[in-house]
Design a protein around this ligand. Sequence first.
Ligand code: FAD
Length: 433
Amino acid sequence: MKIAIVGCGMAGMSAAFDLVNAGHTVEIFEAAGEPGGLAGGFKEPEWKWSLEKFYHHWFLSDKDMFGLIKELGWEDHVVVKQPKTVMYHDGRFYPFDSIVSAALYPGLGWGLNKIRFGLATLYIRLTSNWKPMEHTTVDAWMRKYAGETAYNTMWLPMLDGKFGEKYARQVNMAWMWARLHSRTTRLATFEGGFQAFADSLAAELQKRGVIIHFNTGVDSIRQGKDGQLTLTAVDGTHTFERCMVTTSPALMARMAPDLPKEYLQGLLDLKSIGAVVMVLAIKHPLSKEGYYWFNLPKSAGFPFLALVEHTNFLPKENYNGDHLLYCGDYLDTDHEYFQLSQEELLQRFIPALQRVNPEFKPDWVRKAWLFRTKYAQPVPLVDHSKNIPDIKTPIPGLFFASMSQVYPWDRGTNFAVEIGRRTARMIMTATQI
Ligand SMILES: Cc1cc2nc3c(=O)[nH]c(=O)nc-3n(C[C@H](O)[C@H](O)[C@H](O)COP(=O)(O)OP(=O)(O)OC[C@H]3O[C@@H](n4cnc5c(N)ncnc54)[C@H](O)[C@@H]3O)c2cc1C
C-alpha cells in the first residue's frame, strides 16, 4: 500500500517504522525542517549534545519507547539518572521525589493530613482500576480522600499551574491516576539528546525506504471518487491509499474539512492549552544543591510554573560548560506570554530566579531562547473517554492519532510511540478504501 503520514514527530515516525518494515511504501510530510516535533531540540555549534526546546525526559516506566529502542538495538545509547526533585514551601525547597520525602514535606501539615495523603497516594500507585476515576474531578476526589490540606497545598497548585484557573478544577481524576500510578524517579534520555534520537530514527527510516519531505506542510486532505486520498502540500499534490495525520485536533479539522460534521465538532470540542518556555544558558549553577526539577505552586507568585535546571540532570560538559535552565508555563493561547518579546519575558523572570538564588545576577545570562507552542497539553474533562475521536476517521483510509487520544495517559513521547504503532496496525488491517 502507498501510505502518507503527516508529521515527523514520534507518533509519525513510529508508525512509519512498522509500516515500512511490513513492506508498504511510506512518505512522511513534515512542516518543519527536521524530525522530532514537540520533542525536538536545538544545538549551539560548540555543544556536544542538543537540548530539547521543551524540557524532556523519559520515565523508566516508558515501556513502548524502550521497546522501540530495543528493537532498534540502541539500548546502549540510553542514559539513566536520578536527579533531585524539590517542592517550594514558605521560601524554601524540600525534597519531593519519594512517598517518604513527600510525607515529610512540611506544607502538608502533620498527623492525620499526612496519613490521608500517604494512603491516597498509595492507593493510586497500587490500583489499576482507573475507569471509575474518570467520572469525577481531581478536585472532588482529592478533597474527599487526601483531605483539604493536602489538596490545597499540593494538588490544587499543581493543577492551577498546569491547566490554569479555567480548567484546574475540571480535570478528571483518571489523568492524575495516570501521572501518579507508574512514573519513576529514575529518569532517562538519549545520548546526544532527544533531537539525536529523532535524527537517528529519521535516518533509519530513510535507510529502510521511507521518503521524508521536510519543510512540506500539508494544507488539505481530500478523498477522490476512486477512494484515493489527495494531499495538497506546499509543493503540489500527492495521492495515497491511506493517510495518517499526527497534528493537533484543530489542525486536523482544518486539513480535512470533508470529515462528517459530528467528527469535526468532536475534534474542535477537545480542550488543550499551550506552553511558553524560555531556555537560559547561564554562567553559574542556579541551584547550589543540585536540584533538577523545582515544583512551584502558583500561589507562591512565581511568573512561571516549571523551573528545570537541565544541567543538574545531565553534565554541563555536554553543553560546553553552559548551565542550562528552563522557565516555562502552560497557558491559554490568548495569554500575554504568547505576545511578549523574549526580552520582556526575561525581565519578568529574572526577579524570580533571584528568589531561588539571591546571588543570581542578570549578567549570568549568556544567551536565551524562547519557544512557544499552542498545542502542548490536552485537557481531559470528566468522562473524557466518550469524547476521544476514533483513530479511524469516517473518511475511509484516513487515520488520526494525536496527544489528545493517548488517554488516560498524559501526553509523552512514550505514548506517541504507542499510538503511532497502534495506528500502523489499524492501517494494515483496515480493509475498506
Ligand atoms: C512543555 C512540554 C514538555 C514535555 N515533556 C515531555 C517529557 O518530559 N517526556 C516526554 O516523553 N514527553 C514530553 N512532552 C510530550 C511530547 O513532546 C509529545 O507527547 C510528543 O512529542 C508528541 O509526539 P507526536 O508525534 O504525537 O506529535 P508532535 O511532536 O506534535 O508531531 C507532530 C508533527 O506534525 C508536524 N505538522 C504540524 N502541522 C503540519 C502540517 N500541516 N503538515 C505537515 N506537518 C505538520 C509538526 O511540525 C510536528 O513535527 C512534553 C511536551 C511539552 C509541550
